[in-house]
Design a binder for this molecule. Structure first.
Ligand code: NAI
Length: 712
């Protein structure tokens, strides 16, 4: 890469236009060479006769994506971070201290280090493009803004608005940025350069400035006073502690730095407080894990789902069979991404409900001003419904989401195949049935794959693409690419009971039922997994969400195929007779209001199941090990012995995106590596001795323990 070309000065009369266009890269990022080049250029401009400077990007929808995460990832010691961050501080200070005004002209994403760079400039102008987003997402990587963002953003827009952006890792569009005072002007992208140069000429006469937040109105002024500030910051601390469960140190550290540096006159001191805070969180395992998770997600973009040069077929239209919970969701997501969708069901009412589901979701986006009414109309026009196969001959893909019944599915799939063109890929959204078995009903099984979405479809990012024995590479690649087009993260898995995620999750849910049997309370177990381990919700809440009947049905299927590892406790059998379905009939482990909001625990569960009052005798450690270690055992079998997926990365990605396994732990198998196969096997043996065979460590895990191997 020619760094000279990537960051260059283009003189525009007496204005220096600094163009950013990293050669050979899709995005601009602030790597060490780019930072040095920037320093070189700033120094050159400072020594010249320019009256002002404008920084602009030549990438179509990126200003600067941020610092180079690969560099952050490679750093291990505090000294490494210190030296890198100090250099960045020196360069941004140089920009801030130039005698001529510097204007940032922002089009496209301006994130992290990019946002910190524009904060060191005197003026900011941005385009009204939807791709223009300005923000500081650092906490999502377990770090805090370290190039001056914690100091300069509060200085520019006030501590309250800055907390909102920094602590939550948010980005704002240009209109919001203008309202907050983060940018001075918003223009259309066609005139960005012209207007930025105009601004520069004007600034050349008015001179440099450091924009400082000006509170407007009595209330705003009062909020700047120390007691009010202490109160607001205290609220943020409490809220953040509650939200992160103490598992994510970065957001709290960011609040701490903002609290200490807000209004501080001494820039060097403020930046050094920020630097210390940055180093403290950057060296943590949490940050390393979150950065790994970021890479896991990014890696999907480059994948095709198959080996070699197989091309996915383009998909511009598809049909969804079954307009129920899943079908309605799939139709919404596909149409939202511009795909023409035909929703077919056997009754009109289901179609009306499916269409309403999509309409309501878009309606919410209009209300939140995320899309315009015009876009709403265009999106709605993408979905149509019907009871017959009209138009199926032109479709690229059909996604089946009808009742979970092998015979019905086989019949419907065979019928569908007669109405579609030869190269139409047909996918099933089955959650538990064998894709290979279903394929037997097809005349052309090579065009058939599984496409397992998670509920709710518009929220859950994972799609398991199930490769059947007869699925062609092209069909797999097409569904993989389609999943990405729908904004999802696909993982290719082999056919097998529960595919990957449900297979690993079910032992955990069943163990929660065993824990009840052993005298544990719903409250304690849910709290331990949620608060102490960091799962997004406890296992009983999750069972209520999924539906207790569904959990029991799936457990039975798993017991038949996986044998003694899946032992259904008597509680679960009794649960199935107690009329408790979970959230859907507002009666499960918890009670629910009419809107489905979880209320208190239904303490009548214990008596219903014939259990004594819970004694909560088990320690938190044992509770957690009983839930999590069987998942690791099942994952080891799926990965190493059965090759359901090929890499530990895929297990971790799928568990994080499909179940919300705590990202700060890096994923199930990264977590397993921190505990060690040896320790896990020993503990599983102990648990097997105490509670039965279901805990027996599998051979691959025992082999790992013997040879002291890790998943990674
Ligand atoms: P649902 O009961 O909400 O919807 C099924 C729809 O299919 C109904 O509207 C029904 O009228 C329609 N239907 C039945 N036979 C049909 C046919 N011959 N042609 C067209 N439509 C027909 O079911 P849900 O929950 O949406 O599940 C659908 C599929 O998705 C099942 O295979 C299920 O295992 C799977 N799945 C469900 C998940 C969930 O959480 N609900 C998660 C992942 C997969």
């Amino acid at each position: 890469m020619s760094i000279q070309e990537s960051v260059r000065i283009v003189p525009k009369g007496d204005i220096a236009l600094i163009e950013l266009d990293l050669v050979g890269e899709k995005v601009n990022k602030l790597s060490t060479p780019v930072m040095f080049r920037l320093q070189e250029i700033i120094t050159e401009i400072a020594q010249g006769t320019y009256k002002a400077a404008v920084i602009i990007s030549r990438k179509p929808s990126i200003f600067i994506a941020g610092a180079d995460i690969e560099e952050i990832r490679s750093m291990k010691k505090v000294e490494d971070y210190k030296s890198a961050v100090n250099k960045a501080h020196a360069i941004f200070n140089l920009i801030e201290d130039m005698t001529i005004p510097v204007i940032a002209a922002v089009n496209g994403a301006c994130m992290g280090g990019g946002c910190e760079l524009i904060l060191a400039c005197d003026y900011r102008i941005a385009t009204d493009e939807t791709s223009t987003k300005i923000g500081l997402p650092e906490v999502k990587l377990g770090i805090i803004p370290g190039f001056g963002g914690c100091v300069r953003l509060p200085r520019t827009i006030g501590y309250q608005a800055a907390l909102d952006i920094i602590v939550q890792g948010k980005a704002v569009d240009s209109r919001k940025a203008e309202k907050l005072g983060l940018v001075d002007k918003v223009v259309s992208s066609q005139i960005l350069e012209e207007k930025a140069l105009e601004m520069a000429r004007e600034a050349a006469t008015t001179g440099k400035r450091v924009k400082r937040f000006q509170p407007h109105g009595l209330m705003a002024v009062a909020m700047e006073l120390a007691p009010a500030r202490a109160f607001v910051i205290g609220k943020w601390k409490d809220g953040t502690k509650k939200q992160t469960g103490g598992h994510y140190p970065a957001p709290l550290k960011a609040i701490d730095v903002i609290e200490k540096t807000y209004g501080m006159g001494n820039r060097e001191k403020a930046l050094s407080i920020e630097l210390d805070g940055f180093c403290e969180v950057a060296v943590t395992d949490v940050s390393k894990n979150l950065i790994n998770v970021f890479y896991l997600m990014e890696s999907v973009k480059k994948k095709t789902g198959v080996q070699g040069e197989v091309k996915a077929r383009p998909v511009s239209s598809l049909a969804v069979l079954g307009a129920g919970t899943m079908g309605g969701g799939v139709a919404y997501v596909a149409a939202d991404k511009g795909i023409d969708v035909r929703l077919k069901d056997i009754n009109n009412q289901a179609i009306a409900i499916g269409l309403k589901h999509a309409r309501d979701l878009w309606d919410k986006l209009v209300k939140k001003r995320k899309i315009t009414s015009y876009e709403f109309q265009r999106k709605m026009a993408k979905v149509s419904g019907g009871l017959d196969y009209a138009g199926f001959g032109q479709l690229d893909v059909v996604i089946e989401a009808i009742v979970e019944d092998m015979n019905v599915k086989k019949k419907v799939l065979a019928e569908t195949e007669k109405h579609v063109k030869k190269d139409c890929v047909i996918a099933t959204n089955t959650s538990s049935l064998s894709v290979n078995e279903m394929a037997k009903a097809m005349a052309n099984p090579s065009n058939f794959v599984g496409m397992h979405f998670f509920n709710p479809v518009h929220k859950m990012p994972l799609v398991e693409v199930i490769r059947g024995e007869k699925s062609s590479d092209e069909a797999v690649a097409t569904i993989f690419e389609l999943s990405k087009k729908m904004g999802k993260l696909p993982v290719v898995v082999k056919d097998g009971p529960g595919f990957l995620v449900n297979r690993i999750l079910v032992p955990y849910l069943i163990e929660a039922a065993w824990l009840l049997e052993d005298g544990m309370s719903i409250e304690t177990v849910d709290r331990r997994f949620k608060k102490e381990f960091g799962m997004p919700m406890g296992p009983y809440t999750l069972m209520d969400e999924i539906g207790i009947d569904v959990c029991i049905k799936v457990s039975k299927i798993f017991h038949e195929s996986l044998g003694s590892r899946i032992m259904i406790p008597p509680t679960m059998k009794k649960l199935s007779q107690s009329g408790r379905l979970g959230k859907k009939n507002r009666k499960g482990f918890y009670l629910y209001d009419e809107k489905g909001k979880q209320l208190e625990i239904d303490t009548t569960v214990y008596a219903d199941l014939g259990l004594p009052t819970p004694s909560d005798k088990l320690s938190a450690d044992e509770t957690i090990r009983r839930g999590i270690f069987p998942m690791i055992n099942e994952a080891a079998l799926s990965l190493i012995e059965e090759r359901i997926v090929e890499t530990p990365d895929e297990v971790d990605l799928a568990m994080i995106t499909g179940t919300g396994f705590p990202p700060f732990r890096g994923g199930l198998l990264r977590y397993a590596d921190t505990v060690g196969a040896n320790a896990i096997c020993d503990e599983l043996e102990v648990l097997a001795g105490k509670y039965g065979e279901r805990f027996k460590p599998c051979t691959p895990l025992k082999n790992m323990a013997k040879t002291d191997r890790r998943f990674y």
